[in-house]
Write a protein that binds this ligand. Structure first.
Ligand code: FES
Length: 148
């Protein structure tokens, strides 16, 4: 092996060692919370160890328009009637309990009239943070919500 070939192998090795750090430098930076907007609902993916708790039945949900249990409110997803959405019903403004208004498809706070979408997103202030979300699903006629 001549000197030129040895130097070219070292050069390739050096370039290969720089590649991972170059790729990391090009990745998109994220905010500490992982969300890009102050009013965007939190992610609702259930942790692998999440315990799903039965909140009620699908029949009860369809009869009443919502299920409420221990500050957890569950409604049908307006975008997909086969899915359910679960939020913490505690208003993010001052802690009153929001109420689901089926006709308007939104949660309304009785204290200062803040409004939230079915997914917890703020539609009207004074609240400026979304209602926290929980993973939720339907199984065998039961509505289940992930509680950690
Ligand atoms: Fe809900 Fe003020 S406590 S809007």
């Amino acid at each position: 092996m001549n000197r030129r070939k040895v130097l070219s192998w070292f050069g390739l090795g050096w370039l290969a060692s720089l590649l991972p750090s170059s790729l990391i430098g090009c990745s998109e930076a994220k905010s500490p919370s992982g969300s890009s907007s102050a009013s965007a609902p939190e992610s609702v993916a259930a942790a692998p160890s999440a315990n799903f708790k039965v909140i009620g039945t699908v029949a009860q949900l369809d009869k009443d328009g919502q299920l409420v249990s221990d500050k957890i409110a569950v409604v049908r997803d307006p975008k997909d009637a086969n899915k359910v959405l679960a939020v913490n019903a505690t208003c993010t403004h001052n802690g009153c309990t929001v109420k689901w208004k089926t006709a308007d498809q939104q949660f309304v706070c009785p204290c200062h009239d803040a409004k939230f979408g079915a997914d917890g997103a703020v539609r009207q202030g004074p609240a400026n943070k979304p209602l926290p979300r929980y993973a939720a699903k339907i199984e065998k006629g039961q509505v289940l919500v992930a509680v950690s």
